[in-house]
Design a protein around this ligand. Structure first.
Ligand code: ZN
Ligand code: ZN
Length: 124
């Protein structure tokens, strides 16, 4: 009985995988919507360089100073500063991300639209 169940389970899994595979080949199975790659605003928590680009594994490598300290950035809606969301730093401090300029909490930090025109460099 138990062996039969195991075989049945394996068959169900294989059939399920087969269906997923067939759907993905036909292109109808698309778990993620098509995204237009505009790039995201990124910042280096070591030198404060802010630029638009793609980031895979975080932290990324800074194109300016070479430090492995590139993270997405957000804007503080209280003081308007660009805040580098350095998870390592916030984790080391044992707190949620906050504005490193005025101390505003994470709820005050807003994502920056990809088409925003950022002039202000991120500070430390
Ligand atoms: Zn840098
Ligand atoms: Zn602030």
């Amino acid at each position: 009985m138990r062996v039969w169940l195991r075989v049945a389970g394996a068959v169900i899994i294989l059939v399920g995988l087969g269906v997923l595979l067939a759907m993905s080949i036909r292109g109808s199975f698309n778990p993620e919507p098509e995204v237009i790659k505009l790039g995201k605003w990124l910042g280096c928590s070591a030198c404060g360089y802010v630029y638009k680009g793609e980031i895979g594994r975080r932290p990324g490598v800074c194109p300016k100073c070479g430090a492995k300290a590139v993270w997405p950035v957000m804007r503080c809606s209280r003081c308007g500063s660009i805040v580098v969301i350095d998870r390592h730093r916030f984790r080391a401090e044992g707190r949620e991300p906050y504005c490193t300029h005025c101390g505003a909490p994470v709820t005050m930090l807003k994502p920056i639209p990809a088409d925003a025109d950022l002039q202000q460099p991120a500070g430390r």
